[in-house]
Ligand binder design. Structure first.
Ligand code: HPA
Ligand code: ZN
Length: 326
């Protein structure tokens, strides 16, 4: 069979998807209308044509503007149902979904509306399509640790509806150390811990995500190859990297997709996975990421099987439940 067909057909887990980054321009406009919000863009086409990014920050500015149409529990539900339906088309059988509560609570949206809307979408998608989906609460690293602590407190009444914490937003200048105490508290609570590190930031941020925050996975992590000791550490511990090729290309982390280091990460023995990050903004869902990065870098069927296997190994699904996919 052709390699793209194998990539599309193989069962896989998605572990790095920001639900706010799945909000398509059409849904942004529909929600704006439903909620009586006026957007600073005249049309879906005008909004989409603003999606030209030079780095992470230039993306984040427009990503937070897009999320401003989300007000009610039903909005969060509709957004997550749309993503999960799209993921099913890509043969995603399990998704661990990031959400950014501070983006919403700062606008007066109740934490309960965010968590209940997303969680109900996960439940209904499972009942309808069999896809399993869990939620990971991300702290915004451009805000203070105090703000992260307050967010954690607000979310704890619904701790049964999410499985862990992450760290996202503007990386450079906001090292993992800034959040050492709140992540220590999260670990005490038995939450899973992940962190974005080494997207634009240096290998030192990956070291501190591991050693200061206790991250079980590194989101992006593509800068790790600049540090041979770090590669050795990640390989021997099988610490997963959730890599997002189209994101890295669109945010100019690599000049072109053919320059992406995914094949080198895999060939170094790292547990790298492929993910979509913010598919509505970066021009592709999970299978688009796979098909395009394979075409650009000349990876083989051996890499495809390795990536599918890595995605389940790297997931937080209990080992006994993973066996159905491995
Ligand atoms: N990096 C940091 N923050 C983010 C990203 C990302 O790729 N996507 C959404 N928030
Ligand atoms: Zn991300």
């Amino acid at each position: 069979a052709r390699l793209p067909d194998l990539l599309r057909a193989m069962p896989k887990a998605e572990l790095h998807i920001h639900i706010e980054g799945s909000l398509e321009p059409e849904l942004i406009f529909a929600l704006a209308q439903r909620n009586g919000i006026t957007l600073p863009y005249a049309s879906v086409e005008a909004l989409r044509s603003a999606y030209a990014f030079s780095n992470l920050q230039s993306f984040l500015d427009i990503y937070y503007a897009g999320a401003s149409v989300l007000l009610h529990e039903q909005d969060f539900y509709d957004m997550a149902r749309a993503y999960l339906a799209r993921a099913v088309q890509d043969n995603v059988v399990h998704a661990e979904i990031f959400f950014d509560p501070q983006t919403h609570t700062a606008r007066g949206v109740p934490m309960e509306a965010v968590i209940h809307g997303l969680h109900r979408a996960c439940q209904d998608a499972r009942a309808e399509s069999g896809i399993s989906a869990t939620l990971i609460l991300c702290f915004l690293r451009h805000l203070s640790e105090e703000d992260a602590f307050a967010t954690l407190e607000q979310a704890l009444p619904w701790q049964d509806k999410w499985i862990g914490v992450g760290l996202d937003s503007s990386e450079v200048g906001h090292p993992p150390e800034k959040f050492a105490r709140v992540f220590a508290r999260c670990r005490e609570l038995g939450l899973h811990v992940v962190a974005h590190a080494g997207e634009e930031g240096p290998p030192a941020y990956i070291w501190s995500a591991l050693d200061v925050l206790g991250a079980e996975r590194i989101d992006h992590g593509v800068q790790a190859l600049r540090d041979a000791m770090l590669v050795q550490r990640l390989a021997q511990s099988r610490t997963p990297l959730t890599v997002c090729p189209l994101s890295n290309q669109k945010l100019c982390v690599f000049p072109e997709l053919k320059d992406h280091n995914l094949p080198q990460l895999l060939d170094a023995g790292l547990c790298a996975t492929v993910n979509s990050d913010d598919p509505a903004y970066f021009g592709g869902y999970l299978n688009d990421n796979l098909v395009q990065v394979f075409a650009a870098t000349g990876m083989t069927a051996r890499h495809a099987y390795q990536l599918a296997s890595n995605s389940f190994e790297a997931s937080f699904v209990p080992e006994a439940d993973k066996r159905q996919w491995q």
